[in-house]
Design a protein around this ligand. Sequence first.
Ligand code: 2IT
Length: 446
Amino acid sequence: MDINNIMNALEVKHPGEKEYLQAVKEVLMSVEEVYNQHPEFEKARIIERMVEPDRIVTFRVTWVDDRGEVQTNIGYRVQFNNAIGPYKGGIRFHASVNLSILKFLGFEQTFKNALTTLPMGGAKGGSDFSPRGKSDAEIMRFCQAFILGLWRNLGPDRDVPAGDIGVGGREVGYMYGMYKRLVNQHDGTFTGKGLDFGGSRIRPEATGFGALYFVEEMLAKKNDTIKGKTVAISGFGNVAWGAALKATELGAKVVTISGPDGYIYDPDGISGDKIDYMLYLRATGDDIVAPYADQYPGATFYPGRKPWEQKVDIALPCATQNEVDGEDAKMLVANGVEIVAEVSNMGCTPEAIDTFLASDTVYAPGKAVNAGGVATSGLEMSQNAMHLQWSEEEVDSKLHTIMKDIHTQCVKYGTDPATGRVNYMKGANIAGFMKVANAMMGQGVI
Ligand code: 2IT
């Protein structure tokens, strides 16, 4: 495989799609060696087929705001790859959403879903609609209009969406309600549903819980434990919430959260009612964390800055792509950070990853660390198909097993035989790639 040639050709075909090109390049660099050991992959043009989405649906979303004004947004669904199972992946509502971002997310999702060991293909969707400051009625009308444009492409064995940034339980409920009405079937298409209409227990917590189970495995590999470690978390949404809950429960101290307005440093630890307060802050819809410092005077708000300047043992980016850049990485390493586990998708820039790999810091990529979210979505699909609902203990124990298994796959494919050191990025990319490639090979040229 000639990575430069492939990347040059992709850049010509998809100019300016920087997040998508970044995600593809990272995977190609990791898998180059194993790919070259499989001439049958090259003959079947597996890479060329794998980097292009199976299908992209784009549609206009028109809705009426509370002032009676007509609003128009763009809706997308990128159905990336269904070699392993039905398309599966979240929906993102954020002003920044564009095709490059959704293609990168759909591409990542394909390998992540492969790592979960569950039968799910990869997809991602969303809209440039910004939920910030919108009323509940506006959110509902938007969600309904979004599904009017998309429902024909969805189905329990076709494509099953879920939440992502800007899409939580409320939005999933509104979207699923409209979908169900249009198809006239309660078939469970959508995960992250409410517990009363087919949702799985632990799904809201799953991304954060799974990330901490993965971090525990990373520490165990170094003969260490999480007890007493300090943790920097970015973001203050659903993922940050689940991570803070589990980190605290396991005996670590979470000292930061952040928003688009800056970050909070709380040396006493963000635990108990402070974690509930995060949920309250999120629910206001203002998208700011500053009020935390008024509510808890022991904490400090740093406007316009990122939490990576604080000295901590573990850094957990939980906000969005490329939120840790080369400079942030240098600061973290200089402050002796032991583990950087991406909980956001592609949370670190290539420069940041290079900095971690060249240091003693152990870095793990989002597609391994945050796979607990979609894995629990897979468990929700199983429960819906069987028309039953598992207990909290049952779901949590399955999630825990899946995260341990993902860690084992990373170690298997990512251990450097010379040094014994695990490159989690390489391990996750190779493990995911091999499964998707083999599934594609088995189904012929289609
Ligand atoms: O990035 C992700 O894995 C998600 N937003 C969750 C996807 C899902 O289908 O649960």
